[in-house]
Design a protein around this ligand. Sequence first.
Ligand code: SF4
Length: 360
Amino acid sequence: MNDLARSRATAPELTPAAAFRGPLVLEAQGISKGFRLSRGLRADFLWAVREVSFGLYRSATVALVGESGSGKSTLARVLAGQERPTSGHILLEGREVRPSSPRQFRTYKRDVQMVFQDPFASLNPVHTVSYHLARPWRIHHPRQSGASVRAGLEQLMTRAQLAPPGFYLDKYPHELSGGQRQRVAIARALAAEPRVLLADEPVSMLDVSIRLEVMGLLDDLRSRLQLAVLYITHDIASARYFSDEILVMYAGQIVERGPSEGLTQRPAHPYTQLLVASAPDPQNPMGSGGGAARLQPSAGGDAPAEGCQFSHRCPYSDQQCRTQTPALLPISSSRAASCWHLDVAAPELLGAGLRGRVQP
Ligand code: SF4
C-alpha cells in the first residue's frame, strides 16, 4: 500500500449520495458470484461479481454502469433472487434474506421486482396484456376477483401511462410498439407493489425517440411510489441524468462510486474517465479531449490474472498495478475509487479533496 492509499484507508466512512433521499431499503454486502467452467478435464472458476457492496434507498435511483460482460446483469439477477450468491449477504430493510426460508424468500421476491432489457422477449406472444398483469395481481391480491381485479389492472395501466387502459388490456404483445410493451412490463412489475425496482438496461432496445419517455416514467414512479431503483446501463450519460449515485463496474468489481453529477464531471478512476470520454454528451468537457486524450479504449491483451483488472488497458499501469489489487477506498465523504495512482490519473480531484482533508 502506498502513502496515498494508506491515508485514504484512514478516511471516514462513505456517505452514499442516494442516502439523502430516504432510508436504506436493500443492502448488498460483499456479494460475489462465480460460475464453474469445465474445460476438458480441467474445471475453472469464473468470477462474474466480486465483493460488491452498496445500498438502495427509498425514493432514490442508483445507477450501475459498465460495459457488456462487466457483471451488471449477473448482480441484478442475484439481487432479484434468480441466482444465489456464491458469498455475501443481501439485507432487505435490515433483515438478511435467506433463500432457505421459502416464506421469507417469497416476500422478498414480491418486494424486489425486475424490469428486463428486452420488452419483446419478456411478454408471452400468445397472451393478452390483461393476462400478463392479472397473474401477478391475483397472487398479490388473493381476495380480489372480477370487477375489482379489472379496476386494479386499469390502475396499473394508468400508472404506466398507457391510456385509455381498456384499449390496451385486451391487446396482444405483437399489437404494441416496443415502448408500449416496456410500459406493460413495468406495469407488471408494479402489480406486486414492490419496494425495490431493478431495471436492467430498460431502454437500450427501444427507439431513441421513446427512451427519454420511458426513463421519465421510471423516474416519476420512483418519486410517486417512493421506490428504491437500481438502474443498470452501459450509458453513463443517461445515468448522470436519472440517478442520484453512480456505481461504475468493471470486471465484476465496483471501481468507482459517487454522486452522479460530481462523478461524471470529474471522473477519478481511469476506466470511468474512459466511459465519460466515450459518452455522447456535448456538455461534458471530458468528451472533447481532457483526460480522454490520455486513454486508449482497448490496448488489447487479456485481463490479468492478478492485480488491477484494468491494468492491461490503463496508460498509468505499472508493476504495482499488475501484481496488487487496489481496494475501493474513499476519496471524499461521498466518493470512492479503486486505483493505486489517483494522484497521477486525477490529480486535480485529489488536490481539491483528499489531500486537504486526510492529510492535515
Ligand atoms: Fe490504472 Fe493502476 Fe489505477 Fe489500475 S490501479 S486503474 S492499472 S493506475
